[in-house]
Design a protein around this ligand. Structure first.
Ligand SMILES: *[C@@H]1O[C@H](CO)[C@@H](O)[C@H](O)[C@H]1NC(C)=O
Ligand SMILES: *[C@@H]1O[C@H](CO)[C@@H](O)[C@H](O)[C@H]1NC(C)=O
Ligand SMILES: *[C@@H]1O[C@H](CO)[C@@H](O)[C@H](O)[C@H]1NC(C)=O
Ligand SMILES: *[C@@H]1O[C@H](CO)[C@@H](O)[C@H](O)[C@H]1NC(C)=O
Ligand SMILES: *[C@@H]1O[C@H](CO)[C@@H](O)[C@H](O)[C@H]1NC(C)=O
Length: 369
């Protein structure tokens, strides 16, 4: 099987664009697509997508490499496999730029029917991270119809809505990852409860009064008012607007354990291969389902990089026929982070799994050090 799909053909893309214009005109009146005006995850063309995953590659110190630390790979329901991005992650035409643009525009319009929340334990321009709150990073934008939730690993990102889009220079060196999912409004009630357990460090938000009767915790987190008792852990089913199923694990700081071994692998009933930043906890075969640390990543095009240079946090089932889960989230396999809040979004989407499984060059068995 080949994972080496980096089509960059301009003509192909042009045809696809013309086709999509034609299809939009054709179907505009007959069905309700992910309309241009609806709040959605967006691809590099600015088109609405159900979900996407991006994987920013680490800066490569080998001179022959062309990685500046701003290139990324991209995957969505239509590409089905990794594609090299057309733009760099610091550009407004990147998937992050395109998706965030909706948030910045809503902020500028002071729109009372739109809500947003941005959280990160490392706030832009700050030097120190927050230790009390969750080791969690992401942003959400929604209205009473739909919205998106983007979970990522980039410290000091995104910039405050008062500022222009930018990508922090500190986010270049290491690999970074993120997943955006477009949800119907009904799902935000679940997201509300999930985020409570993660205890995110919210640094910019606006949740107008029309949302307060339905959402319990997000408005409180936004204004910093006292929170109720926080569940140790909470598992929730989420469904994207196009019907892709997800499972979200929310870990509070009161669940003091290795979230991969103690919870996710056993809950999903699958051995996991885990990629996290400089893991301090060794591969672990103590419980029924095992957890193995990935050591090296191979990206399409035959380049490789050591997990040492990867700040991304993700895991996958060891084998396809054993459930093929993929999870992306907030926590490293570090003893310190067993005491932190954070979450993971997981799916059994076949294409996401195969894309990630193809990246694993080797992992550490339990008897190795
Ligand atoms: C993005 O980074 C590249 C490389 O450092 C730089 O040349 C370019 O000007 C940057 N673009 C923006 C929009 O910041
Ligand atoms: C405010 O947001 C709503 C829902 O997202 C949208 O329909 C409306 O056009 C927006 N109004 C302005 C002034 O941006
Ligand atoms: C939003 O609500 C505030 C406070 O209720 C009000 O002052 C403002 O005019 C409203 N903005 C819009 C665009 O409706
Ligand atoms: C989407 O959310 C709206 C508002 O909560 C709800 O009425 C509707 O049933 C939901 N649709 C689906 C398909 O879940
Ligand atoms: C594996 O992880 C579990 C759960 O955190 C822990 O109880 C156990 O001691 C670990 N085993 C080893 C060999 O580190």
């Amino acid at each position: 099987m080949s994972f080496l799909a980096f089509p960059r053909g301009g003509r192909q893309k042009m045809t696809a664009r013309l086709l999509s214009v034609g299809l939009t005109v054709l179907f505009l009146s007959s069905c309700v697509p992910l309309g241009a005006a609806r709040i959605s995850c967006r691809n590099e063309d600015g088109d609405a997508v159900d979900w996407f995953v991006f994987y920013k590659l680490p800066q490569n110190r080998k001179q022959k490499s062309e990685w500046s630390g701003l290139e990324y790979m991209y995957l969505d329901a239509t590409t089905r496999r990794w594609q090299r991005s057309e733009s760099l992650v610091n550009m407004t035409q990147s998937v992050l730029g395109r998706t965030l643009q909706q948030l910045y525009e809503a902020w500028e319009a002071k729109n009372n029917s739109t809500a947003y929340l941005i959280y990160n334990d490392n706030v832009p321009h700050s030097v120190d991270g927050s230790w009390k709150q969750g080791h969690a990073k992401g942003f959400l934008l929604w209205d009473k119809s739909q919205g998106f939730w983007l979970i990522h690993t980039i410290p000091r990102f995104p910039s405050f809505p008062e500022e222009d889009y930018s990508y922090p220079s500190t986010g270049k060196k290491y690999g970074q990852i993120g997943i955006c999912v477009t949800y119907n409004y009904s799902q935000f009630v679940e997201i509300d409860s999930q985020l409570l357990s993660c205890i995110p460090n919210v640094y910019s938000c606006s949740i107008p009064a029309i949302f307060h009767p339905v959402l319990t915790y997000l408005p409180k987190m936004c204004v910093g008012s006292p929170l109720p008792r926080i569940p140790r852990q909470r598992l929730s089913r989420l469904q994207s607007i196009r019907g892709q199923n997800f499972l979200h694990f929310a870990k509070s700081p009161y669940l003091i354990d290795d979230v991969y071994v103690a919870w996710m692998a056993q809950q999903l009933q699958t051995n996991l291969l885990v990629e996290t930043w400089q893991p301090k906890l060794p591969s672990n075969c103590s419980l029924s389902y095992h957890v193995y640390n990935i050591k090296e990543i191979r990206i399409p095009g035959q380049s490789t990089f050591s997990s040492y240079y990867d700040h991304a946090k993700w895991c996958i089932s060891q084998r396809y026929y054993k459930k093929h889960w993929t999870c992306i989230g907030d926590l490293n396999r570090s003893p310190f982070q067993t005491r932190r809040g954070g979450g993971f979004i997981c799916t059994q989407n076949k294409y996401i799994y195969l894309a990630f499984r193809g990246l694993v060059l080797h992992y550490q068995n339990c008897n190795q050090s």
